[in-house]
Design a protein around this ligand. Structure first.
Ligand code: ZN
Length: 138
């Protein structure tokens, strides 16, 4: 099970080749629904305490989409690299996308969108940094 944040600041879960989108949190559980909502009713529940699966998903009415999973992972790799390195934007996206499959490339947003993700992620981590300094000073 892999937990990954989405481009839009929500959360996505990758589980057995299927992608789930966070539906809601309760006190102890997180509720997920298949990303193909409207077409597929599969849902699952994970524990917010230890991340374990509390309720396994029902069967999906479609095949797992490994290309989409790869695309989601690539975007996560770009986000991570954005915050950990000071490489120029184009080399961050190039490094992350150079070795992925053609099928996954098709699922990725445009180059311009990927660059925006890098810039936005860097901006956000600046804010985090600023706020943590601010909080420490009281
Ligand atoms: Zn499904």
């Amino acid at each position: 099970m892999e937990l990954t944040s989405t481009i839009f600041g929500g959360k996505k879960l990758i589980y057995n080749g299927y992608i789930y989108i966070k539906d809601k949190d309760s006190n102890h559980s997180t509720y997920w629904r298949c990303e193909k909502r409207g077409l597929c009713n599969s849902r699952m529940i994970t524990s917010r305490i230890n991340g374990f699966v509390k309720k396994s998903p029902l069967n999906h009415n479609h095949q797992p989409d490994f290309a989409s999973v790869e695309a989601v992972k690539t975007i996560e790799a770009i986000k991570l690299r954005s915050t950990l390195t000071e490489e120029v934007t184009s080399s961050v996206t190039q490094n992350a996308t150079s070795s992925i499959s053609i099928a996954a490339t098709v699922k990725l947003p445009t180059k311009e969108c990927l660059s925006k993700i890098v810039r936005r992620k860097r901006k956000l981590s600046d804010i985090d940094f600023y706020e943590s300094i601010h909080t420490t000073r009281g």
